[in-house]
Ligand binder design. Sequence first.
Ligand code: ADP
Ligand code: MG
Length: 698
Amino acid sequence: MDLETPLTNVKGVGPARAALLEAKGLVTVEDLLAYVPFRYEDRSNVKTIAQLAPGEMATVIASVHSAKLSGFKRRNLGMFEARFTDASRAILVGKWFHGGYLANVLGDGMRVALFGKVEFDSYSGELTMLHPEFEILSGDEEGDATLHVGRVVPIYEGIGKITTRQLRIFTHRILGELGPIEDPLPEHLRARFKLPDRATAIREAHFPPPESDLRLFNAFRSQAQFRLIFEEFFWLECGVALKRSKARTVTGIAFEINAKIRERVRQMLPFRPTGAQKRVIQEIVADMREAHPMNRLLQGDVGSGKTIVAAEAGVIAIENGYQVAVLAPTEILAAQHAFYFRRILTPLGYTTVLLTGSFTNREKEKLKQLISGGLAQVVVGTHALLEKDVEFHRLGLAIVDEQHRFGVMQRLQLAQKGAQPDVLVMTATPIPRTLAMTLYGDLDVSTIDELPPGRKPIVTKHATADGIERVYSFLKRQVLEGRQAYVVYPVIEESETQAMKAAQQMYEHLSREVFPDLAVGLMHGRLGGDEKEAVMQRFKDGAIQILVSTTVIEVGMDVPNASVMVVEQAERFGLAQLHQLRGRVGRGAAQSYCILVTEKMNDTARERIRTLVDSNDGFHIAEIDLKLRGPGEFFGTRQSGLPALRIANVLRDAEILVVARREAVEFVARPPGEEDLRRAVAYIRDHWQRRYGLVTVG
Ligand code: ADP
Ligand code: MG
């Protein structure tokens, strides 16, 4: 057995289990060995129930003496209570709220290992554990009892129906049959950090040797775990460094900047850029002058003024005789950008066109001619821009807004419409810089960390649905003072039609019953492109006072007079989305308000709402979001181009990441020997390419 052996060759892994494992991305022996325990339990010194003391975390091995379910059995709402006993004849009570499902799991006489906090119930005078973790020890013919008790045992996250116990058995079996494995990590690093070799690290990460300090293991800081985490980051960062050094050998456009061009940029600016805007434009300009393609991420909070920075870069490209493409995820945002670019670029004599999916074929044909003939200098559009037959005369700068809505594929498709154009991607979901530099891999990062002057922080309030009357009367007072407002309804991705219906109904309710004297408008995703533009225009002009909408307005609306944002069923939105929605207000001089109305909330929803009420800072919000959702979900699927980390965790292991990154950059720039670098490149190619996706390293 070696690392490449398919898991189906492991005894006990049949087709059904193999399918479950594969769904988790676990196909080979190496994959399963990378699936490390999330916790370790010391069962070497198991206590008897009689020895337990209230307040301690403890493991006991005991049998179910009796079990009962009280409460609403059918809806799984009841409390499940099992009484356990062991050789000491004492009783321990395990309690599980909503534990109805356990009635079919824990039966009389079963032997189990229980782990949890011991408490003393002064009412009944009994020792109890609330929601203890447990593992059934009897009734599993595959079981080798000495693997599960009487030692330190690894606890794995179950995979579908595959339990922690089965995963322990498989891993143990594999480690017993695995031949020698090579250690790809450069020798000098192993020596410097006193790292165990790979085989030892893997073995100990699954089965810590006796006498290990379990606190270290449970904190993921044993030498074995450190080595695996470090290694994973190291290869990732080597891959990133190699990609970067390779990108520096590609020839791109060296844009020229002279006094005349600087003057043109100055002419265009409708206001004085903030210090942060000046700094990032300098970073972008430096890239544009280089004879290599720029690959830069511009991050900044909602409303921090990224668009004008993009426009400055655009002027430079155009003055050099090139075209600019701007890709946006929604029609509304594309229309907003087209509007913005036209307003500031038409006076300079440039033509901006908008291309979206909702144009007729005739219109599209005409636009495509303008684009391929080079008559349009700026081309703004949605996915429709990416279609094959959209050809540019001379594309020099490709801009992707709200890049988290697109994948690497689309960024590449857009760039391929030119000959190595510069690429600028923008995002309003900013993350701490060190993290961004690492995780966005091949992108350099610029950050706008300052808002335009004179912005008043938005006041955010939480209201419950039964207080909606007060929300509406507040909204009405604001409108009567001359402001405008948004009322947003949640869209569930799968059913835009339903969301549209909900918004439509609400629109009728609000316009007829609640605000009969005010001008209420409706916006949703099913409107045609020009209908959307017409609604947007009427809202801009003030002809619509209250705009009822689905989340299609999340990005793109820029109406400074709008000062109230009401989000209904706010518990159904994600943090980033709520922050974006809130960013639609607070763009003018008046005090703005965001009111989050909720119906029923769970704990994380409550945490999200609290975060927004407490903070207006996009960086802080992104960090909390990252914590609440976990890095995997936060950064999205493979589509986003980020390799999935298996053992390392960017939040928990941030300091190790910094060290690994430093070592990787150093290693790629000054490898100890040619042979070391060659081996590393080969290793990354064989093991990481699949996870990087498209881009080839080395
Ligand atoms: P975002 O970063 O969210 O894309 P925008 O580019 O839409 O932000 O800018 C938000 C608003 O702030 C726009 O109305 C823009 O014109 C305005 N703005 C941007 N920069 C400045 C500045 N330096 N001074 C004044 N207003 C600015
Ligand atoms: Mg923007």
